[in-house]
Write a protein that binds this ligand. Structure first.
Ligand code: ZN
Length: 277
């Protein structure tokens, strides 16, 4: 079974949990380099959902990712959540992203989109039509569980599906857009997210292997990960306890865990797992 590997290429300050703090300097290139080196070592290609303003500050990084054969996808221009935009501002956001990317890579097809903080749900389903207008072939923003106040939509499919433009939780065989949702581990009636971010950092390796293999009995899973999650110099702020744990737990061992996954599972770019051309 070949699974999908995705990296959301953003700065630490794009996280919703750091309370709007910002930094003028970029850590993205330094934080991403060890990830790129590991991917090379394990001859694995991944999908990088890139924030446009990060690309603007790091054109060489984007060229390097592209030249190594990874997929470049879109994670917005400014990492603004979809609920904070309307259709027109989302179009402006994508235009901005595409003009930055064209400046760096020339005319390159961008097939995949991930909404900042998995913020796609039925309140902003108009975003699907906009994605189609910009030539996208798939979205990877559905988190099919409601366990965080920030994201999640319960009742959505947990395996890739053609997404309905009327109800993002529904499959529509006629839909031109594919959706690759996050795939939770199902045990009895329980659904547990295990394949990305904090969950990946926090769960013990033995449980991860057991859980991911269990998902692989019937379908591929999708990993998501941020370079700041494995970078020692990510600044640590005095956040409320819960946000502090979610943001910083396991950062120092995250690269090792990433490598552990590369050793134990097979991965490819999201567009390849979805068999898109
Ligand atoms: Zn993000």
């Amino acid at each position: 079974m070949i699974n999908a590997l995705s990296i959301d290429l953003e700065e630490w300050y794009h996280s919703e949990l750091v309370g709007g703090r910002r930094s003028p300097s970029s850590q993205a290139a330094e934080a991403t380099k060890p990830i790129l080196d590991l991917l090379d070592r394990y001859q694995t290609k991944a999908s990088f959902f890139v924030v446009g303003e990060v690309a603007e500050q790091n054109p060489n990084l984007i060229q390097s990712i592209f030249q190594r054969g990874h997929e470049i996808g879109c994670h917005g221009y400014s990492h603004t959540l979809l609920w904070k935009m309307d259709e027109n501002s989302f179009r402006r956001e994508l235009r901005h992203f595409h003009s930055v990317m064209e400046g760096i890579l020339g005319k390159t097809e961008i097939k995949g989109f991930r909404a900042p903080c998995f913020s796609l749900d039925n309140r902003n389903k108009w975003a699907l039509k906009v994605l189609l207008d910009f030539g996208y072939q798939y979205d990877a923003s559905i988190f099919p569980l409601k366990i965080s106040p920030l994201y999640g939509i319960s009742g959505a499919p947990t395996r890739p599906y053609r997404i309905s433009f009327e109800d993002v939780r529904k499959e529509d065989p006629q839909s031109p857009l594919m959706e690759f949702p996050l795939c939770p581990l199902k045990i009895g009636g329980l659904k547990i997210p295990i394949s990305g971010g904090f969950y990946l950092r926090a769960l013990p390796r033995s449980f991860l292997v057991w859980g991911l293999r269990r998902i692989n009995r019937s379908q591929p899973f999708l990993i998501y990960f941020h370079p700041w999650e494995s970078y020692e110099k990510t600044p640590r702020f005095k956040l409320p306890l819960c946000n502090r744990v979610i943001s910083y737990y396991g950062i120092s061992s995250a690269l090792k865990k990433f490598e552990f996954l590369l050793k134990h599972f097979r991965f490819a770019r999201v567009d390849q797992v979805l068999d898109l051309r």
